[in-house]
Design a protein around this ligand. Structure first.
Ligand code: FAD
Length: 369
């Protein structure tokens, strides 16, 4: 439970707002959603308003078995309820962090989170009509968007189609139903892959297809589409939209796991270049970290993260894609090339900060960590 007086909530002089960075937050509630999905809500000891763009995510920094581990989780709550935020986590068989959270994190525990960040959000792509498509735990970012529009009495015309394995796997089932019965600009459709013995089911069955989509949202070609789910689900959605002639500049997706295709292609290109580069003599530069008394010769073109590791310094990172902002450091001197995916603001860049996972060294360089 938070230590501050509830009247402090109403005192704007005492209330701070949240911005991208590292924050210590306290787990307030642990709420079971389904048999393998749990929501964790967080707040701070002092009144803080958690503003973020619905769809964005945070990166948890955890110490598990004496190892620092980072994982990203979408903020499933909405900034319309700003004094706390939540994440909703599905157990992944054999997964380190998802199971640790389910088995260990309890009300009152303090953890560090980084963020909020992310390009997949509804603020940067305003639209009058939206189609929210989700599969499994991929519901979290689109639920945050739906909650935002619902709580702010927005006029946005929402069609929400969620796919789950079976009725017992539907996350937020009661809340979705509640929203659909309260306002007429929220239409909800559920698709279940299968039903279990003893379960009744009146929704769609099987996998989402074009025929279903035409019934769910006959005007889907006119909608801004936000999609999140397992890779095969998103692949199927994308190809059925393309098949229907949808203008893909209005399609937005978030991937929870696999690296986006463009990053894979870029990595493959880098790998090909690396083979050629290996045959050339390596150009060396000096990495300096004055606070740690480090001066180390490293290869030009390494990422700052790789170079720091060579110097024996671990800069914690999470997504490795320049998305989450967890590996931010300051460049005091030197040339570099950063290729991020939205995990750092323009203001931070102009203050000299970079994301070490996606910043390559182009000369002697000096860092503050
Ligand atoms: C932007 C973003 C937002 C996200 N939002 C959410 C969200 O809202 N909710 C959510 O539940 N998840 C979300 N995720 C996914 C989340 O970050 C984790 O990837 C997920 O919880 C699994 O983490 P884990 O530590 O439990 O699994 P990991 O330990 O990373 O393991 C994942 C899988 O790999 C296998 N594995 C691990 N190590 C090995 C090995 N050495 N050899 C073979 N197999 C191995 C495991 O058995 C498991 O099946 C999001 C991810 C991103 C990038």
């Amino acid at each position: 439970m938070s230590d501050f007086n509830t009247s402090d909530f109403m005192n704007l002089m005492k209330t701070q707002t949240w911005s991208n960075g590292r924050h210590l937050v306290r787990c307030a509630k642990v709420i079971p959603e389904t048999h393998d999905v749990t929501t964790f809500t967080f707040s701070m000891n002092e009144p803080v308003m958690f503003f973020f763009k619905p769809g964005q995510f945070v990166t948890l920094e955890l110490d598990i078995a004496e190892e620092r581990i980072m994982r990203s989780y979408t903020i499933s709550s909405s900034p319309s309820i700003p004094y706390s935020f939540s994440i909703t986590v599905k157990r992944v068989p054999g997964g380190v962090v998802s199971n640790w959270l389910h088995d260990n994190l309890k009300s009152g525990d303090q953890i560090a989170v980084h963020g909020p960040v992310g390009n997949f959000n509804c603020m940067d792509f305003p639209a009058e009509k939206v189609l929210l498509l989700s599969g499994g735990v991929g519901i979290t970012p689109v639920m945050s968007m739906a909650r935002w529009w619902f709580n702010t009495d927005s006029e946005v015309d929402m069609v929400f189609a969620h796919s789950a394995r079976s009725p017992k796997d539907i996350i937020y089932a009661k809340e979705l139903e509640y929203m659909a019965t309260r306002i007429d600009n929220f239409k909800m459709h559920l698709v279940c892959e299968k039903t279990n013995i003893g379960e009744s089911w009146g929704g769609y069955r099987g996998y989402i297809n074009l025929h279903m989509l035409n019934l769910i949202a006959p005007d889907f070609l006119e909608r801004e589409v936000f999609c999140c789910g397992p890779t095969p689900y998103m692949k199927a959605v994308k190809s059925l939209l393309q098949e229907a002639g949808f203008d893909m500049s209005h399609y937005h997706e978030e991937s929870f796991g696999s690296t986006p295709t463009k990053d894979v292609e870029r990595a493959e290109k880098h790998a090909d270049q690396a083979v050629l580069e290996e045959q050339k003599p390596k150009e060396m530069v000096l990495l300096r970290i004055p606070d740690l008394d480090i001066v180390k010769e490293v290869e030009m073109d390494l990422t700052l993260n790789e170079a720091a590791a060579e110097a024996g310094v671990n800069i914690s990172k999470a997504c490795g894609l320049g998305m989450c902002g967890a590996c931010r450091v300051k460049v005091l001197n030197g040339n570099f090339e950063m290729n991020h995916n939205g995990g750092i603001s323009e203001e931070e860049v102009s203050d000299g900060y970079v994301l070490s996972c996606c910043t390559r060294i182009k000369s002697d360089i000096e860092l503050e960590i």
